[in-house]
Design a protein around this ligand. Sequence first.
Ligand SMILES: NC(=O)C1=CN([C@@H]2O[C@H](COP(=O)(O)OP(=O)(O)OC[C@H]3O[C@@H](n4cnc5c(N)ncnc54)[C@H](O)[C@@H]3O)[C@@H](O)[C@H]2O)C=CC1
Ligand SMILES: O=C(O)[C@@H]1CCC=N1
Length: 271
Amino acid sequence: MNTRLLLVGCGKMGSAMLEGWLARGLQASNVFIVEQSETAEKLEAQYGINGVPDIDHIREDFIPQVVLFAVKPQVLPDLIDAYKPLVRAETVFLSVAAGKTIDFFTSHLGEHARIVRAMPNTPAAVSRGMTVMCPTENVSIAQRDMCQTLLEAVGMVSWIEDESLMDAVTGLSGSGPAYIFHLVEAMAQAGVAAGLPADQAMTLARQTVVGAGFLLDASEETAATLRENVTSPGGTTAAALNVLMDPKTGLPDLMTRAVAAARDRSKELAG
Ligand SMILES: NC(=O)C1=CN([C@@H]2O[C@H](COP(=O)(O)OP(=O)(O)OC[C@H]3O[C@@H](n4cnc5c(N)ncnc54)[C@H](O)[C@@H]3O)[C@@H](O)[C@H]2O)C=CC1
Ligand SMILES: O=C(O)[C@@H]1CCC=N1
């Protein structure tokens, strides 16, 4: 992977992707990262990339193929205009900022800017990410392929044409890893309530989720079949699932409300 990449913001999501890319052979010398001075220096020492405190410090002859915005949506309006001089046909602007619409980018960068709105997730750090991308019409096939290659290096990629669905994507797979980590916390807590010592309950909860994830990945069965495989008629799992699958108070209703809340927040962040 020799993509010339300018990464703007390298916090939790930016570094998750960067770690995945460097592990997959992305050439560190082809990467510039704009970050606060201290972080930029640390990243430079850690990964051998070029860390700079602002766009004015980028080497003049460095023409990025991809400018990736991985800063908080709330700070984008303050910094986006500084990137307008980078608009050219060979550069695609890839944003992972929740809620920030293609309209937002074209209103600041101009309608010639080639933009891909993306929503990845943090398992990208271990090459198990899920990224959904939505391009503007002027993004060439070669640029789509380049974005595909980049994000596929850190997990699975899917494209959508209807941008309005990006908020739902954010609510499901973008924020989704947090739901699973919270499930581990809740299971561990439930284990303690059922009488187990706290550290052992956490080990059991964690390994159960890891094991179930691996099984889901390795198996060709549906999630429903895998669930049924654990569930003996009249047994212990059935007793638990009666609680979890209750139509009024169970997990489906709770999850529907959680994903909708994330989707709605994503819509709010557009402004
Ligand atoms: N954390 C996650 O699971 C996911 C986050 N995202 C999106 O990724 C973006 C970043 O989120 P996180 O990494 O979680 O936040 P974060 O706060 O960990 O990282 C943001 C980084 O941007 C840097 N930054 C702030 N102002 C800057 C500037 N003017 N120039 C360059 N860098 C600057 C900060 O120093 C920080 O390191 C957000 O837009 C979020 O919506 C998308 C998918 C998943
Ligand atoms: O919580 C957030 O806003 C970001 C977007 C998706 C995951 N984290």
